[in-house]
Design a protein around this ligand. Structure first.
Ligand SMILES: CC(=O)SCCNC(=O)CCNC(=O)[C@H](O)C(C)(C)COP(=O)(O)OP(=O)(O)OC[C@H]1O[C@@H](n2cnc3c(N)ncnc32)[C@H](O)[C@@H]1OP(=O)(O)O
Ligand SMILES: N[C@@H](CCO)C(=O)O
Length: 395
């Protein structure tokens, strides 16, 4: 029996295969009687959450790990991605015998609301109009995403998570989970993240959004009805963003000033340099798997994230009295979510009297290092989960 079939057998009234998006995802629908209260004050319904699971939930339901994806990630954390046909985005980290070991733990990965892989988002159908929401979809926050995930877990009968784990935006969800539901989170692992989005990061996101909205195929956000897709704008948004996921050292090491397929400059605006060709490739391959309006919504959610400001200006207050065990990790070459951002979280956790460990990993691979095969990161995840599982009494 597949994991999906096991879940449907356990929770037949909740989980079902997504008929209009055939892949390994399960979906759960919440009707008008169970609206999601949004930070904007709106009650959103109906709500759909798409998710995947791996491993088995144990008898006392104590071994569940929630994995939270980053900006353009999705629920396909370890199973083959239905659009790209490639291994899941954290296949190196999650699986049998991997640092997040699906032979011991039950992993749940939901697609965040506002995204485009099955959970409610701007491409979903607005039941009031029968048309895609487009910009009529409400602006959502990281706290809204977490509240939706809590509804999913309630439905699955999982009261306490053994761990919540994520990198980048996923790390924002981890912090929000720990702050909003401290009694539901036994341990929390936050990688390459921050407690608030910096001015520089908001600026990069705004460049991407403007590129999308300047594309004539965007049509004020109603491009699905217009039969177009703003792929040029979205590709430019990704190209600009992708630079921020790498480091100057890695770009120099991989590409330097090397020319692409040519012995000399062409004196045109073709992709003479390897780095130009590489970025064009990253932009073009991205538009195959991501929706432009979702890019607007999810980047907005990250921009709005400021956990201290939600707690009277004190980050320590967000974590006051917590019993959750934390691990915070950063990368030396990450200039998007630099180590100073992680230290700020650690200082707040210390001030709150929380149990926290902190590691800065030495690598030139930049922000996206959290997605890569970094043995030191694997050791840290293994060590943290191992210690927490002994404390929790999980065999
Ligand atoms: C569904 C999901 O994917 S989840 C979302 C989260 N995942 C991401 O955001 C992934 C996006 N980020 C990346 O791909 C990042 O580059 C990294 C850092 C994670 C990957 O790093 P690496 O493994 O070192 O790969 P690298 O950055 O070198 O990119 C390799 C790709 O660039 C291509 N490439 C390399 N050099 C060139 C060049 N000169 N011209 C054109 N393309 C090039 C390779 O062919 C390869 O293409 P492919 O991915 O289509 O096979
Ligand atoms: N490259 C990752 C991390 C971005 O913060 C993503 O696209 O989701």
């Amino acid at each position: 029996m597949s994991e999906g079939e096991q879940m449907r057998a356990s929770f037949p009234e909740m989980a079902r295969k997504q008929a209009d998006h055939p892949d390994d995802s399960l979906v759960v629908d919440f009707g008008p009687d169970q609206p999601l209260r949004l930070d904007s004050g709106l009650d959103f319904a109906p709500l759909r959450i798409a998710y995947t699971t791996a491993g088995r939930l144990n008898a006392d339901r104590s071994n569940a790990i929630l994995v939270c994806h980053a900006l353009t990630g999705d629920q396909h954390v370890t199973n083959v991605h239905p659009v790209t046909g490639r291994a899941g985005w954290w296949d190196v980290m999650v699986g049998p015998g991997r640092p997040i070991d699906t032979e011991r733990f039950f992993v749940i990965c939901p697609n965040v609301i506002g995204s485009c892989m099955g959970s409610s988002g701007p491409a979903s159908t607005n039941p009031t109009t029968g048309r895609p929401y487009g910009l009529d979809f409400p602006v959502v926050t990281i706290a809204d995403m977490v509240r939706a995930q809590a509804m999913l877990l309630d439905g699955l009968g999982i009261a306490t998570l053994f761990a919540v784990i994520g990198g980048s935006m996923g790390g924002m969800l981890v912090q929000q989970w720990a702050a909003a539901y401290p009694s539901r989170v036994f341990s929390a692992l936050c990688i390459a993240s921050a407690s608030r989005h910096s001015a520089q990061n908001i600026a990069f996101h705004e460049v991407g959004r403007q590129a999308i909205m300047a594309d004539p195929d965007w049509h004020g956000g109603q491009y699905i009805e217009a039969g177009t897709r703003p792929t040029k704008g979205l590709a430019v948004a990704r190209m600009a963003a992708h630079i921020t996921y790498l480091s100057e050292g890695a770009l120099q090491r991989k590409f330097g000033r090397n020319l692409q397929d040519r012995a000399a400059r062409t004196f045109t605006f073709d992709a003479d340099f390897q780095i130009e060709s590489y970025l064009r490739h990253q932009g073009l391959s991205f538009v195959d798997r991501f929706d432009a309006n979702s890019y607007l919504y999810v980047t907005r959610a990250m921009d709005y994230f400021d956990l201290a400001s939600d707690h009277g200006g004190s980050l320590a207050t967000a974590f006051r009295g917590t019993a959750t065990r934390f691990c915070i990790a950063s990368f030396t070459s990450d200039w998007l979510f630099p180590t100073s951002d992680s230290r700020q979280i650690v200082h707040a956790l210390n001030a709150a009297g929380a149990r926290v460990s902190f590691v800065e990993i030495d690598t030139d691979k930049g922000h996206d290092a959290f997605l890569l095969d970094i043995p030191e990161l694997f050791d840290i995840v293994r060590g943290f989960i191992g210690a927490a599982s002994r404390a929790r009494g999980i065999a």
